[in-house]
Ligand binder design. Structure first.
Ligand code: COA
Length: 352
């Protein structure tokens, strides 16, 4: 289409600027998205580094030293994005003491949906027996869960949802080139979910709930990490391609910025952070972020050794694990950060 044939919708802003002002604080009471529960699902089949080394030019020593990964879970055909996401969601609702009718928004972060449409979110909604509210997928690669948290937070703050399931579910095993040792050793499959509910507070950083999310993207770096095809291209189903060194460099720099931004926006310092729950791509990146926050390693939740990189599922899986085993306790401040294909990146601060 020629640009000249498309009239501008409006030369002036459609809404006066004040309409975009923060609506979340009314009469001194701030609406917040509270974490009510979390859950996860990992495929039955475990593939160790040695299993990969048996058919690829690689070794447990190389993979463990460069990434911290020891094993990953790989989905069987019946373990679809929908099945795993629904199972993780049931676990999150159970942990929250909630039932499906409490869910009025369901957001799935995934780069590996079962179908182009309907959205995996709608399939999960139906699998949970929910016939009200709305459900949709969101694509932001490994930052997808942070993005979905940001969207759910906005929906809750503006009164469009009272109970939101935020799900990351991924089957990267189906988009990997299993001959490419530079990428296939890094990823695994799985799903994680959190259930958020609307709550009220004073608006202070001591309140429970999501304090803020900060989201970023820059398409100039799109080719650093991509899947070179999709259902829209019959000639190319697509496999994951990555410039590992450049992604590594961006990951440390961009996530550090997003962390600083989150703390500054809430008038907090690294000393206020109880837990870092980072995207699980590489232990060296996670360690670098922990050092930057001066957090001892026992305050950083790590699953990359057992799960590898499960993309949008990695943060909710790690969060669910650390909540279930009692490491993360009510009242504590949790910092989450991620970077992924896009490039996309961001952070979220949550008082549990
Ligand atoms: N086993 C053995 N050797 C391997 C290998 C493997 N699985 N993968 C790559 N190598 C080799 C390379 O071929 C290269 O060999 P050469 O020097 O003979 O050419 C050598 O190891 C070094 O490769 P390089 O890619 O420079 O290694 P690296 O130290 O950068 O580590 C990554 C590679 C992928 C582990 C690292 O770049 C990384 O983690 N990047 C970030 C990836 C990431 O987080 N992606 C997801 C973001 S959401």
């Amino acid at each position: 289409m020629n640009d000249e044939t498309v009239p501008a919708l409006s030369a002036a802003p459609l809404l006066p600027p004040h309409v975009f002002a923060d609506q979340s604080s009314r009469g001194g009471v701030a609406v917040r998205a509270l974490l009510a529960g979390a859950g996860g699902y990992l495929p039955r089949r475990i593939v160790t580094n040695d299993d990969l080394a048996a058919r690829l030019e690689t070794s447990d020593a190389w993979i463990a030293a460069r990434t911290g990964i020891r094993q990953r879970h790989i989905a069987e055909p019946d373990e679809t994005a929908t099945f795993m996401g629904a199972t993780a969601s049931r676990a999150a609702l159970t942990a929250a003491g909630a039932v499906p009718k409490d869910v009025d928004a369901l957001i799935v972060a995934t780069s590996t949906p079962d179908e182009a449409f309907p959205a995996t979110a709608v399939r999960i909604q139906h699998a949970l027996g929910i016939a009200h509210g709305f459900a949709f997928d969101l694509s932001a690669a490994c930052s997808g869960f942070i993005y979905a948290l940001g969207v759910a937070d906005a929906l809750i703050r503006t009164g469009q949802a009272r109970g939101a399931l935020v799900i990351g579910t991924e089957v990267y095993s189906r988009i990997l080139d299993w001959q490419d040792r530079g990428t296939c050793v890094l990823f695994g499959d799985g799903a994680g979910a959190v259930f958020l509910t609307a709550g009220a507070g004073s608006g202070a950083s001591t309140d429970r709930g999501l304090l803020s999310t900060h989201l970023h993207s820059d398409g100039a770096f799109g080719d650093l990490l991509s899947v070179d095809g999709a259902v829209g291209r019959r000639d190319r189903p697509g496999v994951l391609l990555m410039n590992g060194r450049e992604v590594f460099r961006h990951a440390v720099a961009r996530m550090a910025e997003a962390v600083d931004e989150a703390l500054a926006a809430n008038h907090l310092t690294h000393e206020d952070v109880d837990w870092l729950v980072p995207h699980q791509a590489n232990l060296r990146i996670i360690d670098a972020m922990g050092r930057r926050l001066h957090l001892p390693t026992e305050r950083v939740v790590v699953t990359v050794d057992r799960h590898a990189n499960t993309s949008a599922a990695s943060i909710p899986l790690a969060l669910a694990e650390a909540l279930a085993d009692g490491r993360i306790r009510p009242g504590q401040l949790v910092l989450m950060e991620a970077l992924g294909g896009g490039l996309t990146w961001g952070s979220a601060l949550l008082r549990v």
